[in-house]
Design a binder for this molecule. Structure first.
Ligand SMILES: Nc1ncnc2c1ncn2[C@@H]1O[C@H](COP(=O)(O)OP(=O)(O)O)[C@@H](O)[C@H]1O
Ligand SMILES: Nc1nc2c(ncn2[C@H]2C[C@H](O)[C@@H](COP(=O)(O)O)O2)c(=O)[nH]1
Length: 216
C-alpha cells in the first residue's frame, strides 16, 4: 500500500540535461518547499558506467535504487507525513526507465523483482513536471554543465532515453489520470535566465496544486 499524504509532492523529470535540478531548485525557493535532490557524484560506479555500460550497469542501477529508496523513506518520515510540501528533481520511476536500457536481460529480471519490493509502498509524487528537449539541446546543456564523466555519453543512448521518457509520460497519464503531468518545452523555455518563462511555469503549477487541494 503506497504511503498516503496530502501535501504537494512535485517531481521534475526529463532526460539527462533537461533542466530538472535547475528547475526544482528554483521552485523550492519560490514555494519554500523542501527540496529532494538525487545523488549523482556519490555514486561510485557512475564514472565506470560511462566507460563500460555492460560491465558496470547492474551496480550503478542498484546503487541509485537503494539510495533513492532510503531518501524516499526518510522524506515520508520527516516531511510528507508531517504535511510538509516537497519538490524533487527525480521520480523513482527513472530508475526502472534507465535499467530497461542499460541492464542485460538476466540482470533486469532480478533488478525488477527488487525494484517492485522496494518501491511498492514508497510515497509517489502527486504532480509531475516533465521537461522534454531536442537531442542537441540536451547535449549542449550536458556539455555546459561540464561533468567529465558525461563527456563520453553516446548521443544514441541519450536519444533512446528521451524516447523512453516520452513513452513513459504518455503511459503514466493514461494509468494515473489523477496525477497531472505538466509538459514543458525545454527547447523554448529558459527558466534559468528568463523570469517570464519561470513565472509561466509557476502559474501552471499553481493551477495544478489548487485543483488537487480542491479534491481533498
Ligand atoms: N531551460 C533552460 N534553459 C537554459 N539552460 C538551462 C535550462 N535548464 C537547465 N539549463 C542549464 O543546463 C545545464 C543542465 O541543467 P540541470 O538542471 O543540471 O539538468 P538535469 O538536472 O536535468 O540533468 C545546467 O548548466 C543548467 O544551467
Ligand atoms: N544509469 C543511470 N544513470 C543515472 C540514473 N539517474 C541519474 N543518472 C545519471 C545520468 C546523469 O549522468 C547523472 C545525473 O542525472 P540527471 O538526470 O540529473 O542529469 O546521473 C539512473 O537511475 N541510472
Amino acid at each position: 500500500m503506497t504511503k498516503q499524504f496530502d501535501a504537494p509532492f512535485i517531481a521534475v523529470e526529463g532526460p539527462i540535461g533537461a533542466g530538472k535540478t535547475s528547475l526544482a531548485l528554483k521552485l523550492s525557493e519560490h514555494y519554500r518547499f523542501h527540496l529532494l535532490e538525487e545523488i549523482v557524484d556519490e555514486n561510485p560506479f557512475l564514472s565506470k558506467f560511462y566507460e563500460d555500460i555492460d560491465e558496470w550497469s547492474f551496480q550503478t542501477e542498484m546503487f541509485f535504487l537503494c539510495n533513492r529508496f532510503k531518501q524516499l523513506e526518510d522524506l515520508y518520515e520527516n516531511q510528507l507525513s508531517k504535511g510538509y510540501s516537497v519538490v524533487s528533481d527525480y521520480h523513482i520511476f527513472k530508475n526502472h526507465l534507465f535499467a530497461k536500457q542499460t541492464l542485460r536481460d538476466e540482470h533486469l529480471a532480478k533488478y525488477e523483482r527488487i525494484y517492485n519490493i522496494l518501491t511498492g509502498d514508497l510515497p509517489r509524487p502527486n504532480v509531475i513536471l516533465y521537461i522534454n528537449a531536442s537531442l542537441d539541446t540536451l547535449l549542449n546543456r550536458i556539455s555546459r554543465r561540464g561533468r567529465e564523466m558525461e563527456k563520453s555519453i553516446d548521443p544514441s543512448y541519450l536519444q533512446q532515453l528521451s524516447g523512453d521518457y516520452e513513452q513513459f509520460m504518455r503511459d503514466h497519464q493514461h494509468v494515473y489520470p489523477e496525477i497531472p503531468v505538466i509538459t514543458l518545452d525545454g527547447d523554448r523555455l529558459d527558466f534559468v535566465a528568463n523570469p517570464h518563462d519561470f513565472s509561466r511555469i509557476v502559474d501552471q503549477l499553481d493551477e495544478a496544486i489548487t485543483k488537487k487541494r480542491s479534491l481533498l
